[in-house]
Design a protein around this ligand. Sequence first.
Ligand SMILES: [Zn+2]
Length: 200
Amino acid sequence: MIAVALMALVTSVPANALLSSADLSSNRLGTLSPTADQVLAASGGQSEVVSRDGYGSDAAPPSVVWPVAKHTVSDGFGYRVSPCSGCSTMHQGTDFTGGYGADIVAIADGTVKTVIEQSGGLGVHVIIEHQIDGEMYTSIYGHMQFGSVGVVEGQTVKAGDFVGLLGNTGDSTGPHLHFELHPGGGAAVDAFKWLTANVS
Ligand SMILES: [Zn+2]
C-alpha cells in the first residue's frame, strides 16, 4: 500500500512543481529541445509542461517485467542433474538469483490464484494468472521467504506489484526465485527465453 501511495503521489505531482518560473520560461526558450511538432503545438508557451504531465499519467505502463529486477540466472529451463533429493531432473522453471530478500514482483497484470506456505517442494509460492496479448498465462514464483508474501488469493495485481521476498524455502539449495511460466495453463515454457523476448 505504501508503494501504491508513493506512486500516486509521484504521478500526481505536476511536472513543473519543482521548477521555478525562471526554469519554466527558459523551457519555453527551448532548453528541453522540443521537437518541431511540439513547437508547432505551443500556442501559449505551456505545451512542454502539459505534454510532460501527460506523459506521466497517460504513458502505457510496461506490460511485462522481470520477476526480479536485478538478477542473474543460476539454472535454466530443461533437463538437468537433480541438484537435491527433492529437486526435479526436468527443470520446469528458471532460477533467478538476486540476493536473499530481493523483491519479487508480478511479471504482468493478473489475478492471484494460489498462495501456499509449505516446507517442501516449491516452499512458499504464489501462482498468478494473466491475460497477455489475448492469451492466458500462469506464472509461478517459488522458494520465497516465510511470511513475506504480500498478496492474497483472488487479488488483482499489476505488472511490477510486490509478490514476496526472494528466499530459500522448500526443496532449494540456496536463495533463489524459481519462476515458471505456463501458456494456456499447460506445459511450462522456457521462461527466461520468453521474458527476454517480451519484457518491455
Ligand atoms: Zn528452479
